[in-house]
Design a protein around this ligand. Structure first.
Ligand SMILES: [Zn+2]
Length: 149
């Protein structure tokens, strides 16, 4: 295969040049945006398109956060007000959390975890696949696969 623009027999890339998709060499690809590497030989095996796979750790607050906090607080013999003071929060914050009127932020959950010696945050890994987008750099496109640990 030869480059659509200069005819040279180099490694080719599928490239969008002024709205037209061409197979061009790396030099000519500078005139446009590379979409993907062109498969040079007919594929024998299934070729997995290379995409950027990123793994992100997602943190979520456990569903029963309120009872975890309440139980441990009571075990420690602390009143809501006292717990609030210990972690430099308002009493109403603790009240709202324990009555499920408010879900603690990750930062607040961490404070509570550290102070009470509990686990409130659940972590799971999320795989994100990002593909190159035509004109404006890379964009994360949909397909999110969730993996539980
Ligand atoms: Zn070329």
């Amino acid at each position: 295969m030869a480059c659509d623009m200069c005819g040279s027999e180099k490694k080719l890339f599928e490239c969008r040049v002024e709205g037209v998709v061409l197979n061009v060499c790396i030099d000519c690809s500078k005139h446009g945006t590379i979409i993907k590497k062109t498969i040079e030989k007919p594929p024998i095996k299934t070729i997995v398109e290379k995409s950027l796979e990123k793994e992100e750790t997602i943190q979520i607050i456990k569903h029963d956060y309120n009872s975890i906090i309440k139980n441990k607080r009571e075990l420690k013999g602390l009143k809501q007000k006292e717990l609030a003071k210990k972690i430099a929060e308002k009493e109403s914050v603790i009240h709202n959390i324990e009555s499920r009127h408010m879900e603690p932020s990750i930062a607040l959950a961490k404070k509570l975890e550290n102070f009470l010696g509990i686990k409130l945050i659940k972590e799971y890994k999320e795989k994100k696949i990002s593909l190159e987008k035509e004109d404006s750099g890379s964009l994360t496109i949909g397909d999110i696969m969730k993996t539980k640990d």
